[in-house]
Write a protein that binds this ligand. Structure first.
Ligand code: NAD
Length: 246
């Protein structure tokens, strides 16, 4: 690997073969970073995107602790440095909030495992490398407006994202000035996860001041801004087209 190539910062974006993660991967690669594309299943899509962006692809199931830890180690083995971690991978499915029996302990464990514990483990594994990043390390967690207000696809999902918002602030306080930690808390984003959520799409078209859900690129632009903003840390930015004002 030539010096010029080695000098480019490296970003690991989890869950980056679709939706928000793919848009973030494209945006960061467009800004000159080497991107590590990751997914759980979509190996072909991951390899193809990594080749297109001049990065590399790593497969890992974030419900499996060993695979989660190995994801960071593989990224470091391949690139020798890690400057940016975007914790984007997440899971969500609708469970009515008032039906307490429907949100089972198994649902809680799975949602917390992928949406909260995996980002924590990835931060822990990446920390030594992030501390050594020449411009300072940066973590961006993709959380949700459901973690800020009592809304969202299910109570356990919202709780997992609220916890990740708080972890964002706690780690920002603990890890500065070497590593900055921020979060983007989107409202509805037009991605595979929400393709069947007709009511939510209608709500955003009718009630949000921006009259539409976010596009993945809207989230990616904000993620890139947070990474570039060298004094910003501990912020959870709600990106919901202004729905919270109504
Ligand atoms: P998506 O389904 O397109 O992407 C989710 C990604 O997470 C996929 O690449 C998937 O492979 C990955 N993933 C899920 N479980 C995994 C596991 N066990 N191991 C490894 N990877 C796993 O959905 P998206 O809408 O792009 O979601 C991205 C993030 O944004 C999620 O954290 C989601 O909670 C959050 N979010 C989405 C919306 C929205 O409206 N789409 C709103 C708020 C927050």
């Amino acid at each position: 690997m030539g010096t010029e190539q080695h000098d480019r910062p490296v970003a690991l974006v989890t869950g980056s073969t679709s939706g928000i993660g793919e848009a973030v991967a494209r945006r960061l690669a467009g800004g000159g970073m080497r991107v590590v594309v990751h997914s759980r299943h979509s190996t072909d899509a991951g390899e193809a995107l990594a080749a297109e962006l001049g990065g590399t692809y790593v497969q890992a199931d974030l419900e499996v602790e060993d695979e989660t830890r190995a994801l960071v180690r593989t990224a470091l083995d391949r690139h020798g440095r890690l400057d940016v971690l975007v914790n984007n991978a997440g899971i969500s499915w609708p469970i009515p909030h008032a039906d307490l029996a429907a949100a089972t302990p198994a649902d809680w464990r799975r949602l917390l495992e992928v949406n909260l514990i995996a980002p924590w483990l990835l931060c822990a594994e990446a920390l030594p490398a992030l501390r050594e990043a020449p411009g300072g390390g940066s973590v961006v967690n993709i959380t949700s407006h459901a973690g800020v207000r009592p809304k969202g696809s299910s109570v356990p999902y919202a709780a997992s994202k609220a916890a990740l918002n708080h972890v964002t602030r706690l780690l920002a306080a603990a890890l500065g000035p070497d590593v900055r930690v921020n979060a983007v808390a989107p409202g509805l984003v037009d991605t595979p996860m929400t393709k069947d959520w007709a009511e939510a799409h209608q709500l955003w078209r009718e009630r949000a001041p921006m009259h539409r859900p976010a596009r993945p690129a809207d989230v990616a632009d904000l993620v890139a801004s947070l990474i570039a903003s060298s004094y910003l840390t501990g912020e959870v930015i709600v990106l919901d087209g202004g729905l919270n004002l109504t």
